[in-house]
Each structure stands twice: as C-alpha cells, then as structure tokens.
Design a protein around this ligand. Sequence first.
Ligand code: C2E
Ligand code: MG
Ligand code: MG
Length: 437
Amino acid sequence: MIDNLTSLLGRPRFLEHLDEMVRHSAEFKAPLGLLIVDVRRFRKINRNFGHETGDQVLQGVASVLKQVARSGDSIGRIGDDQFALLLDRVANIGHAQLAAMKMQRLLDLPISTPEREVRCAVTIGISLCPTHANTSGKLLLSAEQALAEAKQMEQPIGFAVPLEEEGISSDWDIEVSLGDSILNSELRAYYQPKIDLASGRPLGAEALVRWQNASRGLLSPAVFLPVAEAIGFLKPLTIWMLNSALRHSAEWSQRWGKLSVSVNIPPHILAQPDFVDLVMSAEKLWMREHVDLCLEVLEQSLVADVDVAFEKLSALREQGVKIAIDDFGTGYSSLSYFRDIPTDELKIDQSFIRGLRQDRANIHIVSLIMDIAHRFGLQVVAEGVEDRKVAAYLKHQGCDQAQGYYFARPMPADEFASWLKTYQPDPQLFPVASADN
Ligand code: C2E
Ligand code: MG
Ligand code: MG
C-alpha cells in the first residue's frame, strides 16, 4: 500500500483515495486539482549514475512534493518515475499552477546524493475536478493527457482541456482569484531603498509587488507574475503599481525632499500602443512636480522591436521620466545600442554582484559594464549588495548607486517611511556623511 522507497501512497492506494476524494468533492462542491509529475529523462539518470542514485533522485522529488503539499493534500507514487499530487479545495487553475511552479523552483537546486549532485527536472500535467473531469478515471486520464501534451511540446506544465459536457454548473468554475486581488486589496507595494554610494544617502526606492493571498500568505512576484501574464493580468497590475508608487512617493517627498521611485515594466506592457499615455495619465493624477518617476525595463524588452521601444522611452524621457535598464548583463543587447539608448541608468544584474569579490570573471564583467556606462553618461546601480565588503568594493570602483539586503530589504510603504526617519549611513563606509551629522 505504501511505497517503500518514498513512503508515499503506492498506485493502488492512491487511486482508491482519488476515487473517494472525487465523490466527496461532488457532494461538498469542493474542487480538486490533480497534478501528475513525471521525472524527465529518469532512465538516463539510472543508466548514467546507477540505480542507487536513481532511487535517491526519486526520494528527492518525493521530498519536494511533500514540501509543496498543504495539509489535506495527498501524494502518491503512481509509476516508476511518476508521482501524483492531489490538491484539496483548489480555488482555480491558477492555484494548481502555483503549486506546479513551486515544485519546479524547488527542483532548480540539484538533488544531493552521497556521490554527486544530480540536476533533475519534471514535467507536470494538471487537471481540475469538476472543471476538466467529474469522475476519478476521467480526472486521471485528463491529467495524463495534459502531461503527454506538455512533454510533446517541451513545456514544463500542461493543462487539461475544460469539459464541455452539460450538467456541470458554471459556478464551479471559479474565476482566477489573482484577477480579484486588486478588488480585494490583496496586492502590496514594497519598497527597497537605492543608496547613493558617494554619500550613503537614499536617493529613492524601487517598488516591488507582493500578493497577500488569503490562503497562501505573502507571495513573491516570482511565484505569481507568470500566472498574471498567462491570465492577462499584467496590465492592471502595472497600472496599480504605478499609481501606488506615485502616491507613496508623493507622500515621502513632501516630508523628506524629492525621492525617486522606480517601477518595473514588463516587456509585454512596454510593447502596448497606449503605454506612454498610460504612464503620463498616472503621473498627472499624482501631480508630477512632487515625484521623480523611473521606469525599469528589462534588457530583453529592447530586443524585439528596438525602434518602437526606443521611441516610447524617448517620449517619456522628454516628459521628465527616467529610464533604467534592469538586470543588465543577462540579455543580449548589442554594444551599438549604447550609441542612442534612451536611458539614464543601468542596473547590473545581481548574479554578477553576489559573491563578487570571490569571482574574477564577475569582477571583470562589472568593471566593464561600469566603464562603458560611464563613457555614455549613464548612472550605474548595483543590485543584490548583501555585505559591506561588496558595497565598499563597488564604492571604491566608482559605482554610483547600490541596492541590496546590506542596506535594507524591500518593505511596506509605512515601514519605508520609518526607515527614512531612522536610517544612518554606515560610518565605516561613509565617514564624511556620518561626520556631517
Ligand atoms: P528586480 O526588478 O531585478 O528586483 C530586484 C529583486 O532582487 C527583488 O526581488 C528584490 O527583493 C531582490 N533583492 C534585492 N536585494 C537583494 C539582495 O541583496 N539579495 C538578494 N538575494 N535579493 C535581493 P523580488 O521583489 O522578489 O522581485 C523579483 C523580480 O520580480 C524583480 O526583479 C522584477 O523583475 C519582478 N517584479 C517585482 N515587482 C514587480 C512589479 O511590480 N511589476 C513587474 N512587472 N515585475 C516586478
Ligand atoms: Mg527592477
Ligand atoms: Mg533587477
């Protein structure tokens, strides 16, 4: 009944349980989500590293499933390299997708076995009861079909096709709750200070979105932005963030002098024809003489249609909006962009900054980025500064600004306001600034 290797339910026991749960679900109108998790290239792992390592990989995947399951959910090993996770009371497909993405994120880290670390990836098929199936047999089949399709398309996650049978009441098919998060006041704008490395003073903050979800707690954007994109929710989310950031920064600037606020703009939103209008009308609403708005666009956004993107960014800069290129160094922008890129700031991606001093290659990359940016008159911001030594090194090298846990973590607006009140630059890093006080 119980699988010896993973101590999960074995296939027969899991299927029995699935059947009970589906009946129960129909009776109590509690929707279920079934995820079938298939370990990619498991045979190859077995062949290359031996069965013992193969077993440890399966145990590793089982432990990831246990981390994702909430109480009330159940997990089974339903095939040699296949697992099933049954989610109790899922609100919608977005919830099941969040669970699948969490699993995949946890598996980004390699699984440690005594001999080696093994990277392992999974493909996941998702089906909901009763949206996609109303019996346990059909539910299993539709999740298996979703899995097969995902494998064929080389996608990490596949979804079942909704049932079109009559007799299933439409109120079961609950709207994606992320779409309601604004109405329910569940989105939060967090702020992380950006520090001037010459003086140690805060110049402003980056606004970072969070979702305070009723059942799952505070969710980070890595978890829900892909869902937001899939359900077409990025535009309302961006507008909401723009307005929140402008409103909050107008409040701080009245008390603390002009501080800038940076808002992240996804590529898909930058590409919209009404993007410039959208920003200008938000600015007008919050009286822009009080605020200094900066938009962070990803390097990748500029690749698709450079001319159009440059045109929009130039139009915004003419109106006094600053532009930053976020996660710089991870995309593929060509050096010739620098000639006429309409931007004020380059933010060096944190992957180059963390552990900077131990990595010669990163030291070279960072100094090259700083050099080229300065030659073109751009400000350089280092992201992900986690300790004083890295901050001191960057300051010494002439980096303009820094952002990172060493200075402060992202925090809610009211906490950021208290932080501004009490923050003192580190006297060892900024002796002049502290002598002024
Ligand atoms: P980003 O714009 O590059 O934001 C920086 C991320 O690094 C933030 O993660 C921040 O919390 C994190 N971070 C800052 N300092 C440190 C540090 O010292 N160490 C480490 N390990 N991390 C640090 P967060 O808030 O989880 O956001 C992740 C990404 O999600 C952002 O990367 C951005 O691309 C996206 N994002 C966040 N908020 C929004 C938003 O409102 N709209 C859009 N479209 N994207 C957003
Ligand atoms: Mg950013
Ligand atoms: Mg970044």
